[in-house]
Every structure is written in structure tokens, then in C-alpha cells.
Design a protein around this ligand. Structure first.
Ligand SMILES: [Zn+2]
Length: 434
């Protein structure tokens, strides 16, 4: 599919102006929204039957929707590091809880800050944390707990920006994710009124007081599964409503006029497809993410793109949009340009890794290899045995640049408060007690 770039060649225009001795126009602004734990197939504009996302559905119609977007792992830490560096896990190396991004691997915020951008990162603390390197390049790196708090913080920070300079906003919302363990009554997923129990009245009461780990067990009654899925969907509707308010105000303040907006997620969620809950593993419910590009003037409104894309494409797309040079060491491509038809993408979190050349997906779990045809078996119900040779042959198709591998550093020690926070979010096993 041929795609027309949204803007004229900004880099060439800037060069031409510089040659004439004129000051170049300010670069355009960029807004990147990551809705943690949001499954693409639970959104109406990806075909879901419930009306979970009326605002995002309209927003998507004004922009470009990518039908087959992949993340690098169903884990916040690895996936966001990919989204914000443009590197696959084996390249950025931040694949374990005690690792930080190597000093020589640039983050998108650092690239933009060097080009004169004001950079603003608003995030839910947990895996996104300065200790892993995420704060690098941000003028403001501010944590929130809820989407409502993020909204308040956002407009406080935006009011402080210099409107004559371009800005980069990274907004991470966590409210679709399961509840913190400290919440009472804890119902695994929950949303504030009026969204709570919107899709299945009484679900909260029926699940109240039940232990998260009990509810995650296999073989739950169908009613309980349906209650939990409905509560997950309530959370999507909640975030959708907050985003509707945020974007209405951004528009009324004129902050969208020149901006590229990218809306995506770091990973999905298992909702008992295989009897399992939570996230992790190579399956599509965790690996397929929503991805929308919203361009100035609603350019390319209504386009649906079928080529496979990946979170590694986020930084190259932003660099292309703002007119900064492409980094040839990055494995991704600009989503504003022509996309390769025969592309391989990858991801993983030891010991589970995947490779996709559409429609074939090959997974490795330790020494076991499987494949599925995602056109024929989109829910991966009938995996077939694959070989190590096929996995390796596909992997060679990535053609990763040797310069793009960055040895990770060591994350600073978790404070006891941060450790408790991560455990409360359900990551006890990953954090440990030491
Ligand atoms: Zn996450």
C-alpha cells in the first residue's frame, strides 16, 4: 500500500529556509498516548461488540488505524522501552527488572530535546520509572495515579510551556490495568462511577472480596469470567471518557493544530482465552496493540492500514513527522511512508519469543517451537510444531544493524515504597522480596 506523507518534506524546507537566511518555522508538536494493558480487540473500531470507546472510535475515524500492530512484549517495562527507543528487546536490553537503558541508547525524548523540544512525560509509576532510564530527555517527568490526576497534571504543565516552541508529550494512563492489591474492595478490574458495572450490572458486588489469585485460576465459572471481562471493559470506557475531555480541551486551546497524535498501548491482557489471566506470553491477546495516527487537519482520515507494524515504528514516525533525520540503526520504519510488504517483526520476554512475517507467527518457549497462521487461526487455538531452523531463518529476516545493540546498565535499587507499589500492582514475583 502506498502512503502519502502527511507533510511536505519538512527537512528540505528547513534547509531551504536556512540557505535563504530566514529563520525556520517552529517544528510541529507531538503527543504520544499509551493506554497500558489495552487490548486492540476490545475497542469498537477494531470490531468489538461493546461500546467501550466512543471517543477513540471517532478520533480513529479522523486518522489512520493500523489493523496489525505488535508490541515487543506483554510487559510494561520491555514494551515501553521499545516504544520510547525504537529498539527491539534484544537491542535495548532492558528485559529484566534490575536493568536500565544503556547510556549510549537515545530515547525519543532525548532526540527531541536536542532539537529544541519542550518534553513532558506524565506516567503512572511502576515499571515506568527513572531507575530504568525512562526519565532521560524529559524536562518534566511527573507521576500520577489515576487518569483524572493525569488530566489535572497535564493542563498544569501545559500552561507552563512556551507556546513559541514545539513540545513533545508522552502520556501514560494505567486505569485499564488491574486494580492495585491495596484497593478495597478489590475486584481485579474496576472503574469509578458511572463506568463501574456499566456493561454487567452487579459484577463488582459479585466479585467483591475475592482474591485476585483465586480469580486468576483456570476453570472459573463462565459467569465469573464474564463479570471480569465486563469490569475490564468498564475501565476502557472510563479512560475513553477522560481522553475525550483531554482532547476537547487540547483542541480548544489550539494545541492540536500542528500536532501528530499517536494513540497506542504497551500490551493487551489475557482474559481467560487459554484459562489464563494477566499479561505475559507471546499470544495475540497480549501482543496485538491498538495504534492510531491522528494528523494535522485530519489528513488521511478514515485510512485503515493492513501491513504489520510494531512499536519500534513509533520513534522513526515521530522523527519523520518533525523533520529530523532518520536514524539508520533503528529497526523500525516511519508509518508516514510506504510500508514494506514482506516484513518480519519480533518481541519476547525470556523464555518466550515470537517472530511474525504475516500471516505466519512462530514462537519459541525455551526449546519448543510453534507456528500459527494468523489469518486462519487468529486466536492461536491450534498451534503447530515448528522447527528451530525456521525460527532462526525468520530471525535473520530482521536484518538488525550491529550498531543498534546497546548493553544495558543496572537499575538503581528500588526504594521500599516503589517495591510495595509494584507488588501492589500484581508484580510480586517479578519484584521479589530482597
Ligand atoms: Zn503495561
Amino acid at each position: 500500500m502506498k502512503l502519502v506523507p502527511a507533510l511536505p518534506h519538512l527537512a528540505a524546507a528547513l534547509l531551504a529556509l536556512a540557505a535563504c537566511g530566514q529563520s525556520p518555522p517552529p517544528r510541529p508538536s507531538v503527543i504520544l498516548v499509551s493506554i497500558d494493558t489495552l487490548r486492540a480487540d476490545h475497542l469498537g473500531f477494531y470490531g468489538y461488540e461493546r461500546d467501550t470507546s466512543p471517543f477513540l472510535g471517532r478520533f480513529a475515524e479522523e486518522g489512520v488505524v493500523f489493523e496489525r500492530a505488535f508490541t515487543s512484549a506483554a510487559w510494561t517495562l520491555i514494551a515501553h522501552m521499545t516504544m520510547l527507543t525504537g529498539l527491539y528487546p534484544e537491542q535495548h536490553g532492558v528485559t529484566e527488572r534490575n536493568r536500565a537503558l544503556g547510556a549510549d541508547a537515545p530515547l525519543l525524548a532525548e532526540r527531541l530535546a536536542r532539537a529544541g523540544y519542550q518534553t513532558l512525560g506524565l506516567y503512572r509509576s511502576g515499571w515506568i520509572h527513572e531507575r530504568h532510564g525512562f526519565g532521560r530527555g524529559f524536562d518534566v517527568f511527573r507521576a500520577h495515579t489515576t487518569a483524572e490526576e493525569a488530566e489535572t497534571n497535564l493542563f498544569e504543565e501545559l500552561a507552563r510551556l512556551d507556546r513559541s516552541r514545539p513540545s513533545f508529550l508522552f502520556l501514560h494512563l494505567f486505569d485499564v490495568h488491574s486494580d492495585p492489591a491495596s484497593k478495597s474492595p478489590r475486584t481485579v478490574f474496576s472503574a469509578p462511577p458511572p463506568f463501574q458495572d456499566l456493561f454487567r450490572p452487579g459484577a463488582t458486588e459479585r466479585l467483591a472480596g475475592k482474591c485476585y489469585d483465586d480469580l486468576r485460576k483456570k476453570g472459573l465459572p463462565r459467569e465469573t469470567v464474564e463479570d471480569m471481562v465486563a469490569l475490564y471493559d468498564d475501565g476502557i470506557r472510563h479512560v475513553d471518557s477522560v481522553l475525550e475531555r483531554i482532547f476537547a480541551r487540547l483542541e480548544s486551546e489550539g494545541r492540536l493544530a500542528d500536532a501528530l497524535v499517536i494513540v497506542t498501548s504497551d500490551h493487551g491482557e489475557s482474559l481467560a482465552q487459554r484459562g489464563n489471566w494477566g499479561h505475559g506470553g507471546p499470544w495475540q491477546e497480549g501482543i496485538r496493540v491498538p495504534l492510531i495516527l491522528h494528523l494535522p487537519g485530519k489528513a488521511r482520515a478514515g485510512e485503515r492500514v493492513g501491513e504489520i507494524v510494531h512499536l519500534v515504528d513509533v520513534p522513526p514516525t515521530v522523527l519523520d513527522f518533525v523533520g529530523l533525520p532518520r536514524d539508520p540503526a533503528l529497526p523500525g520504519c516511519s508509518l508516514l511512508g510506504e510500508l514494506p510488504a514482506d516484513r518480519v517483526v519480533t518481541g519476547g520476554n525470556d523464555p518466550v519469543h515470537y517472530l511474525v512475517r504475516w500471516p505466519r507467527k512462530v514462537t519459541r518457549a525455551g526449546t519448543h517451537f510453534n507456528w500459527v497462521d494468523l489469518e486462519v487461526d487468529p486466536l492461536e487455538k491450534r498451534p503447530q510444531t515448528a522447527s528451530a531452523e525456521e525460527f532462526e531463518a525468520l530471525r535473520n529476516g530482521l536484518r538488525l544493524d550491529p550498531r543498534s545493540f546497546h548493553p544495558p546498565g543496572t537499575a538503581s535499587d528500588l526504594s521500599s515504597a516503589d517495591r510495595e507499589e509494584l507488588k501492589a500492582l500484581g508484580y510480586g514475583g517479578e519484584v521479589g522480596d530482597e
